[in-house]
Design a protein around this ligand. Structure first.
Ligand code: SF4
Length: 429
């Protein structure tokens, strides 16, 4: 059982808004960082994620991803369990054997991630040395990197952050003279294509996305790189990029019409493009998005919503739901708050919104029950009991699996929240 630390209400300086942020520490109810493999393996088409873990890790990955596998999967588990307790040499031999078999069978793999987990047998293994050793063996055909998806170190979206941060040192140096834009964070291909089209239409010719679709097409970075975060959970990746000279462009996250527009404005400002050009390029998709949102507003307006901390997407989602769909925010929990990356978002939240960082699940459940919100956004583990108690829930994991960024997805994003309310209304009627 985790230590219980009482709630502290902490007044923070966040941009021009002094929204208080409560810090909570206690028992958590979140997936581990292995979960990120499920969306990242679909994006990076020549990468393979090899979880070095136990049967529990294998079950998590299989059950979370099982329904989504239509082709030969790009992830698997090297089981390092009780059999290997005899010694680390055994575990390293076992890992080498699994990697050798895998790469012999799958010549399409160009990048192999060894993903650490929390069983004590795995913690004892030095995966970074194993990755270096295997990289030497399989160079130049396959690059081997490692990161941790352990539940001790990561919550579920932090797995992507750890993965991308481990990859940044591999990016080639940009020695060119012109400024380039880098969009950072895993996006569905359809979203990437739309955003690339808008950015090019605005006049930004050099746009790269990280992670790329193929590990062999890595973007070059350096002091001429300006980067926009497409996902709010990439603190370590941003730090690694900054260490390579790249400059972060502070912005809202591209969720909803306002978020997407402000995100594009941030790029425009950095590249000396007038906002009128952005307005021109985005006029048609903005109109389509506004129309799509109006259909959901009738269901969502004035309904209350409570976010348990899970994905780190909670604050941008709360801003979108409150400002574009008229929802009332009760509690907005986030597992971790990066105050700089989130400053623009926090500045737009209403003062009465209760923002919490970290988790004490029992206390949050008490507050949730007391407030009885119309909709609760939470992890899978909490959703069923809350539904059984009469609350309407939305699984936060769906928000990471579904394309939700950009104008064309704004209606779908609103639908993820209006559908459970609609379903509950029909069940009750
Ligand atoms: Fe469980 Fe840890 Fe494996 Fe995640 S990494 S599935 S928390 S044992």
């Amino acid at each position: 059982m985790s230590a219980v630390i009482p709630l502290q209400a902490v007044k923070r300086e966040v941009g021009c808004n002094d929204i208080p942020v409560r810090v909570e520490r206690g028992q958590r109810e979140v997936f581990c960082g292995l979960t990120g493999i499920i969306w990242m393996h679909r994006k990076i088409q020549d990468a393979f994620f090899l979880v070095v873990g136990s049967r529990t890790c294998a079950h998590l990955i299989q059950s979370a991803a099982g329904v989504m596998i239509f082709a030969e999967p790009r992830f698997g588990t090297a089981l390092i369990d009780e059999r290997d307790l005899a010694g680390l040499a055994d575990a390293n031999e076992e890992l080498d054997r699994v990697v050798q078999q895998l790469l012999a069978r799958r010549p399409d793999i160009k990048l192999l991630f060894l993903v650490g987990s929390c069983p004590s047998e795995v913690i004892k293994l030095d995966l970074s040395r194993a990755a270096q050793r295997l990289s030497r063996v399989y160079s130049p055909d396959v690059r081997v990197l490692n990161y941790s998806g352990s539940g001790i170190e990561t919550t579920f979206t932090q797995g992507e952050d750890a993965c991308l941060a481990s990859w940044v040192p591999e990016l080639p140096a940009d020695t060119g003279a012109s400024e380039r834009l880098l969009v950072v964070g895993t996006l569905a291909d359809v979203v990437e294509d739309q955003l690339r089209g808008l950015l090019k239409g605005m006049g930004i010719a050099q746009v790269d996305f990280f992670p790329p679709r193929r590990s062999t097409s890595l973007p070059a970075i350096g002091s001429n790189t300006r980067f926009l975060l497409a996902q709010p959970f990439l603190a370590d990746t941003a730090r690694a990029l900054e260490a390579r000279g790249a400059k972060h462009l502070p912005a809202l996250f591209p969720l909803g019409v306002e978020g997407t527009t402000q995100w594009l404005y941030a790029a425009a400002q950095a590249f000396g493009i007038p906002t009128s050009r952005v307005d021109e390029v985005t006029q048609a998709p903005r109109q389509r998005a506004a129309q799509a949102l109006s259909r959901h507003r009738a269901l969502l307006e004035n309904r209350s919503i409570f976010f348990f901390p899970d994905s780190q997407l909670e604050i941008p989602l709360a801003r979108f739901l409150q400002r574009e769909l008229g929802m009332q925010l009760t509690e907005v929990g986030t597992p971790y708050l990066h105050r700089q990356h989130m400053a623009a978002e926090l500045a737009l939240l209403p003062e009465q919104a209760r923002v919490t960082e970290g988790q004490h699940v029992e206390n949050q459940l008490d507050r949730c029950h007391a407030e009885s919100p119309d909709l609760v956004v939470c992890g899978l583990g909490l959703a069923n009991p809350l539904e059984a108690q009469g609350l309407t829930t939305k699984w936060s994991i769906e928000l990471v699996f579904t394309p939700i960024q950009g104008y064309e997805q704004a209606g779908d994003l609103a639908g993820l929240f209006s559908r459970p309310l609609d379903r509950r209304t029909r069940l009750v009627a």
